[in-house]
Write a protein that binds this ligand. Sequence first.
Ligand code: IFL
Length: 488
Amino acid sequence: MTMPRRGMLTLLGAAGLTTLAGRAAVAEPAPPSPSAPPPAGPGSAAAPLTQPEFAPPGSWREVAEDVRRETRFAWQSYVDKAFGHDQIRPVSGGFEEFFVADHPMGLTIVEALDTLWLMELDHELEQGLAWVRRNLSFDVDASFQVFETNIRLLGGLLSAYHCTRERRLLALAADLGERLLVAFTKSPTGIPYRFVNLRTGAVSGPETNLAETGTYITEFGYLSQLTGDRRFYDAAKRAFRVTFERRTSLDLLPYAIHAETGEFLNRTATIGPPADSFYEYLFDGWALFGDRDLKRWYDVLTAGVVAHQPETNAGRLWFAQVDAYTGEVVSRTQSELASFYAGLLGQSGHLRLGRAYHDSWNAVQDRYGVLPEGIDYTTLAATSTGNQLRPEFADSAFTLWLVTRDEVFRRRAFTHYQQMKRTSRVRFGYTILDDVTTNPPTRGDFCPGYWWSEQLKYYWLIFGNARRFNYADNYLSTEGNIFRGARR
Ligand code: IFL
């Protein structure tokens, strides 16, 4: 039995907390090779509609500095035009709230805090922290989506606490965790309701899905670790257990489930939304806390996925949506959000599949420049033509780069960054695209909160040699929040 690492969740020590399996131990980033060839694989064989760059003309450090400049530019615009509001409209200079109409929660600020800290943008960080200290309260008489509140607000506070050690952040996180916990404790099965009123504790939304029932273990577990109160961890784990025990004989899970009965509400298994981060957090619960139950459940379900869902089309690997009871393919469309799965496979011992799946998505990036929200993988035709400034491709490039240190993934992330700058940079920051298939792409007027927590951070960490980040031992959540690896 391996000893838990320093700082581990000792209160969970009895049941299977033995080894930590963090992301691979790796060396510091090497400088780029300007003459590096373009990446191999299916992507390079497809006829690109765009001509992406594969390596920067200068050094990776210069690219990282450019990312930092762009972050500062976008942050200043947010401060000028939308400070405290959840999300900026970067074309018009307006804003919109995410959780509750007319009740700002400072979502962009909370999402950005750890990114600003990692980038050593300490003046901007202090601006954000000052807003949080003065304004953020969860005593709000309104219904909040438990999943989004967890990954964005609770996760954002916990990662900011991990980076800065400011006690107020932990106090806010503990208060929010308590209010979210009701969604679990009021459920007869332990599977959380979708919504909870943060002030009254009234719950609603029993018809739910895998992502919204199984994306808690790292935020709740880290909160348990920090507060010594294991109720959070236990609630998140119980929801996993109840769902796992209902898997089909093919070791697959339909994605829709009823919180009060535990019955599945459909037959379709997918690794994309709304299931995706359920699988990610089973593995992450193992990676962060060394919980062997979670690892076993992850392995069983991943074996089911690998046995029944892969399909190869034109030499490219995809994951079909299948009937969870028969294995029959029910859809060959693929959401961009599913591209995260390449990284998860890579870090969980399925590197060959992870690489192949990233190659497939790289072919889509080559074709469109910016990934559309959805494709038909038999033709690569876009089935949903917008792009919500999505992070998943850069996320998996970063994870695969951490695992392998293969430069191909850094070059793909560089292309992702360059294309985002080319298509989404507007007067007051970066915007979503309404249609990536037009020339030029059609812009929307909205910057999602996750952009601050995810892309900017992945770019900074993969291009730079960030002094405040431990490349050998770290953990980033599904929202890119850092719970391990801050170098203070
Ligand atoms: O909130 C983001 C996060 O990465 C997630 N799902 C969707 C968002 C980004 O596309 O888990």
